[in-house]
Design a protein around this ligand. Structure first.
Ligand code: NDP
Ligand code: 8X3
Length: 251
């Protein structure tokens, strides 16, 4: 039977790569994001592989999220997998210098948006006793770095929420996975540095970093594991990335 995946933030990076791999594997794909032109292009590109439904969606708006689910065409109503991918970092300033509005946007998107999307599908998944919530966390939720203050903390929230969901869902066949990528080459840095492409390119310069397709491949594998298997957490870094030492400030 054809399966259905709902992907948030499908207009770029991990989300767009997931859209492509799921569609090529004949899943019905529900693709969302704020940029309509990109959604239209995805529909055109992927429509030859599988059924594609696109909807402009800002995950920060709980009414929009609810409306999306309520108004889905019949063919897309039975959602097997939600990929909670929409998210962003804004700024890399130390907490004392950071912009409060940026903090609000990160909290509203990475935490509240993810909650709205999860809530919108969870009851039905529990009722039919199947489904999979795949959250996109980050190594930034596990390991601190200067300037990661609120962004990293939103991803720590995603990690603990994912675990708590598992606790609540015990006894059902609904799965929850938190994927925690390290640095990956997407539009993430362009967004973080507010369109400063020189600064963004520097992040990815001369390094063989994770590509969106690497994460999409992993997600497809995770959702295809046997019913009895739940991958709780999967942290993945590029081979060229690892931890540094703890620092000491000396006078
Ligand atoms: P991109 O900037 O390439 O993609 C982000 C996607 O999120 C876009 O499709 C964007 O779509 C969407 N998005 C952002 N805000 C909203 C919103 N309010 N409502 C709906 N969609 C939104 O970055 P990535 O692919 O790298 O990021 C995807 C996820 O992966 C994020 O959660 C990020 O935190 C996480 N991540 C990224 C890593 C990296 O190094 N790249 C590493 C670890 C985790 P649109 O603008 O059209 O709305
Ligand atoms: C994105 C990875 O290290 O840039 O979540 O925060 S990092």
């Amino acid at each position: 039977m054809t399966k259905t995946v709902l992907i948030t933030g499908a207009t770029s990076g991990f989300g767009a790569a997931c859209a492509e791999i799921f569609s090529r594997n004949k899943w019905n794909v529900i693709l969302t994001g704020r940029r309509k032109d990109r959604l239209n292009n995805l529909k055109k590109k992927l429509g030859k592989f599988s059924s594609v439904y696109t909807s402009q969606l800002d995950v920060r708006n709980s009414d929009e999220v609810e409306k999306l689910i309520t108004n889905l065409p019949q063919e897309f109503r039975d959602i097997d997998v939600l990929v909670n991918n929409a998210g962003l970092a804004l700024g890399l300033d130390s907490a004392d210098e950071a912009n409060l509005e940026d903090w609000d946007i990160m909290v509203d998107t990475n935490i509240k948006g993810l909650l709205y999307c999860t809530k919108s599908v969870l009851k039905t998944m529990v009722k039919k006793n199947s489904g999979h919530i795949v959250n996109i966390g980050s190594t930034a939720g596990n390991w601190p770095y200067p300037g990661g203050n609120v962004y990293g903390a939103t991803k720590s929230f995603v990690q603990q929420f994912s675990r708590n969901l598992r606790a609540d869902l015990l006894g059902t066949k609904v799965k929850v996975t938190n994927i925690e990528p390290g640095m990956a080459e997407t539009e993430f840095s362009l967004v973080r540095f507010k369109g400063d492409s020189k600064k963004a390119e520097k992040v990815y310069e001369n390094a063989d970093l994770l590509q969106p397709e690497d994460i999409a491949d992993i997600i497809l594998w995770v959702v295809n594991t046997p019913e009895r298997v739940n991958i709780n957490t999967l942290e993945v870094m590029a081979t060229c990335q690892a931890w540094g030492h703890l620092q000491v400030h000396r006078n």
